[in-house]
Design a protein around this ligand. Structure first.
Ligand SMILES: *Cc1c(COP(=O)(O)O)cnc(C)c1O
Length: 227
């Protein structure tokens, strides 16, 4: 099946309140445009180097989200030109990185919408705030003027059976609701970004309203690139 058919099939099967983001790593500008033409409104990029390559070639209107490692790509991400073009950073996982984004965005000037990435399985090698540190981290970030927390994102652990990821999605949904109740000034819990090709149905059942889909839209990746 082609990209357009894939997008239309996914849009038809997900509830209206769920937003579909095309995870575009390794894809070309014309593949991305095909997805946008079929109804995708958000493009997710993992690598600033790839973003710089495809962004100028995509002439159709879309929102661009950064979904890669802010820690590993800090240097490239924190450029004025990049921050000006990106509409949301989904992978903020420390006060320090939020503070650096804040400082750069003040110079643009622009308020950057951000999601806080949760390391839901507490995997030491992975990015993300540990679940029990989320509230404290968000309270600190809420004091910054040029970033605005509008939700949470999680990847979840790599599992062989997608069903095994459900408890992690459920955990992050719990944090999402808990933070909503805290009513932290300046913080909105609008987006819960979780679910990929193998897990988006489970993610939606567990409260996701933003799903990040790569291979189910574009087909299998030629080589497997992990973030
Ligand atoms: C690659 C990627 C996705 C999508 O993965 P698929 O399994 O191809 O749907 C979603 N989120 C992030 C952060 C990714 O890197």
């Amino acid at each position: 099946m082609g990209i357009a058919e894939n997008v239309k099939r996914i849009l038809a099967e997900i509830p209206d309140y769920v937003e579909l983001e095309a995870a575009a790593k390794t894809r070309t500008a014309s593949e991305i445009e095909e997805a946008i033409r079929a109804g995708v409104k958000i493009i997710g990029e993992n690598y600033i180097s790839e973003f710089k390559k495809v962004y100028p070639g995509v002439k159709l209107q879309a929102k661009w989200h950064f979904i890669g490692s802010t820690r590993k790509q800090k240097h490239d991400l924190l450029r004025k030109k990049i921050l000006s073009s990106i509409d949301m950073i989904e992978t903020v996982d420390s006060f320090e990185i939020a503070q650096e984004i804040d400082k750069k965005c003040a110079n643009i000037p622009k308020v950057m919408p951000i999601l806080i990435e949760i390391n839901s399985a507490r995997e030491p090698q992975k990015d993300g705030v540990y679940p029990d540190e989320a509230i404290e981290c968000i309270k600190a970030i809420s004091e910054l003027k040029w970033v605005k927390v509008i939700g949470l994102m999680t990847m979840g652990p790599n599992v062989s059976n997608p069903e095994e990821i459900r408890p992690y999605f459920s955990l992050v949904h719990g944090i999402f609701e808990q933070i909503k109740k805290e009513n932290i000034p300046g913080v909105e819990m609008r987006y819960l970004s979780m679910g990929m090709t193998d897990s988006y149905k489970i993610a939606i059942e567990e409260g996701a309203n933003l799903i990040r889909i790569g291979s189910a839209i574009f087909g299998p990746r030629a080589c497997s690139i992990k973030q």
